[in-house]
Design a protein around this ligand. Sequence first.
Ligand SMILES: CC(C)(COP(=O)(O)OP(=O)(O)OC[C@H]1O[C@@H](n2cnc3c(N)ncnc32)[C@H](O)[C@@H]1OP(=O)(O)O)[C@@H](O)C(=O)NCCC(=O)NCCS
Length: 164
Amino acid sequence: MNENKETRPVRNVEFSQIENLHVVRGEDINGTGRLYGGRLLSWIDETAATCAQRHSGLEITTASIDNLTFKRGAYSNDVIVLVARVTYVGRTSMEVRVDTYIEDKEGYRHPINRAYLTYVAITRDGKPLPIPYGLEITKENEQMEWDAAELRRQNRKKRSVEGF
Ligand SMILES: CC(C)(COP(=O)(O)OP(=O)(O)OC[C@H]1O[C@@H](n2cnc3c(N)ncnc32)[C@H](O)[C@@H]1OP(=O)(O)O)[C@@H](O)C(=O)NCCC(=O)NCCS
């Protein structure tokens, strides 16, 4: 499929896909008995960063986090599953989507959050560095994600011009 004009060697989505699991403990709970939003955010960032690092094979830094919507709360002893996959690879940046679920005792996954994070590959002194691998797109849903990521990228550029 791969409609994007890629000239680099490619790695597919599965190559860097990460699945992470956390059990919600007492220290993760806020005053209303729910999982802290900030704790979930750090789990999301950690999972997505590992995915971006695996795709690029380089040091990376978080450039932006967006489309972060909390659909429902999580509580003590809930099993939280985070799934991260690369959706877009630019010259020096990558977008990673993270879907977060509560997994019940039967193994069914109930979505609680979806986030898109952008990572930039960097040199030791923090300068953007070209990513050596493009993304191989083989499935229709991967192409749809890629196309949507291009729109999100334009929106991020617009937002940064507008100053937020
Ligand atoms: C991310 C960072 C390295 C980008 O550096 P920069 O000099 O602005 O880089 P450029 O303008 O050359 O852009 C480099 C890439 O980053 C992307 N980018 C820059 N700012 C971005 C933003 N806010 N959101 C998403 N992508 C961004 C650009 O689109 C470009 O991607 P491309 O090469 O795939 O086209 C720099 O802004 C930085 O170090 N930020 C702090 C990161 C950090 O400390 N994160 C941890 C937070 S605790």
